[in-house]
Design a protein around this ligand. Structure first.
Ligand SMILES: Nc1ncnc2c1ncn2[C@@H]1O[C@H](COP(=O)(O)OP(=O)(O)OP(=O)(O)O)[C@@H](O)[C@H]1O
Length: 300
């Protein structure tokens, strides 16, 4: 079953155009949605989750018209929102049981079986009788996945899940996601590029409400092979390099500034070719889109 989004647009009442003619085709497996803050990721996630309406366009999950049938979509959807609040004085087992009732699992012994299974799958079974207020960030996120998995949904949407997790918890969370993404659609919205390169076979880059790229991360990297160049420069030289070259990213390393430049040919002395990463793909696409949006003034 695929999720097909066509010509989806949304402008908020204050005039902000959050989604602009979005077209995406998402197959089972993990799909990464990458974009900077304010790109429109949450707006898209909320629209797919039927929590808000679009102005134009369509979303189909298999043969289900998502926008026209929000109730049916909610039966096959699991959603882990960006801000996932829990009741601090309730245990994981109690809250999950409560959510299971809301999902319509009315038989008590069936419910216990489902709840215990999910607590085991998310590695929370040993702490199931602990109040959620005492959970770490990573444990809360795993609890969020447990509740999203209730009812065995075909489509799972996870909004920026690893922000604030330490490396061990992040790793554990990644393993959990890739396990659940084996046989259903999992959409992972994030601004952390390595989350996508680690986990996803399909991804899209979204910026200012528009899809800049969609495809396979490995192919996207191959497409820019030979086009990414690195140079170490002085801190104060950045401006001048930005004027002359397509500087897609700059970072400090051991007190020096390292820039990556996107160029089809060797940009000049002192640049060396580097093996591109998904981060280079991401920054190159965002940089190119920004150039189109604000054309450089050319003298003469
Ligand atoms: N309810 C709303 N009313 C008005 N503007 C909104 C509303 N929700 C979001 N926006 C604006 O729409 C644009 C897209 O926001 P959205 O939250 O979808 O982006 P995002 O990619 O999820 O960003 P972040 O990573 O910061 O969560 C932003 O300019 C945001 O300020």
């Amino acid at each position: 079953m695929n999720l097909v989004i066509e010509h989806l647009s949304k402008t908020y009442p204050n005039g902000t155009k959050a989604l602009s003619d979005v077209n995406l085709r998402i197959e089972p497996g993990m799909f990464g949605l990458l974009g900077p803050n304010g790109a429109g990721k949450s707006s898209l996630m909320r629209t797919i989750s039927t929590l808000q309406e679009a102005d134009q366009g369509s979303i189909r999950l298999g043969d289900l018209d998502v926008l026209a049938n929000p109730d049916r979509v909610r039966q096959v959807l699991g959603y882990l929102p960006q801000e996932f609040g829990v009741y601090p004085k309730v245990t994981a087992a109690e809250l999950l049981d409560h959510f299971a009732v809301l999902k319509g699992i009315s038989n008590k012994s069936e419910r216990k079986q489902v709840v215990d299974g999910l607590l085991q799958q998310t590695n929370l079974y040993n702490v199931r009788n602990k109040n959620l207020g005492g959970y770490s960030g990573g444990m809360k996120q795993r609890f969020g996945i447990a509740q999203a998995l209730l009812g065995n949904p075909r489509l799972i949407i996870v909004d920026e899940p690893t922000a604030g997790l330490d490396p061990t918890e992040r790793n554990r969370f990644h393993n959990l996601l890739s396990e659940i993404g084996e046989d259903r659609i999992v959409i992972l919205s994030t601004h952390i590029v390595s989350d996508v390169s680690d986990l996803c076979r399909q991804f899209a880059i979204i910026n200012k409400g528009q899809v800049l790229y969609t495809g396979d991360p490995l192919l996207a990297i191959e497409e820019i092979r030979g086009q990414i160049w690195r140079r170490t420069i002085g801190k104060h030289e950045l401006d001048s390099y930005q004027q002359q070259f397509a500087v897609i990213s700059s970072r400090l390393f051991a007190g020096q500034t390292i820039i990556h430049v996107h160029s089809l040919a060797q940009p000049g002395n002192g640049f060396e070719s580097v093996d591109p990463t998904l981060e280079d793909v991401y920054f190159a696409r965002i940089h190119a889109a920004e150039q189109v949006a604000t054309p450089q003034v050319v003298n003469g």
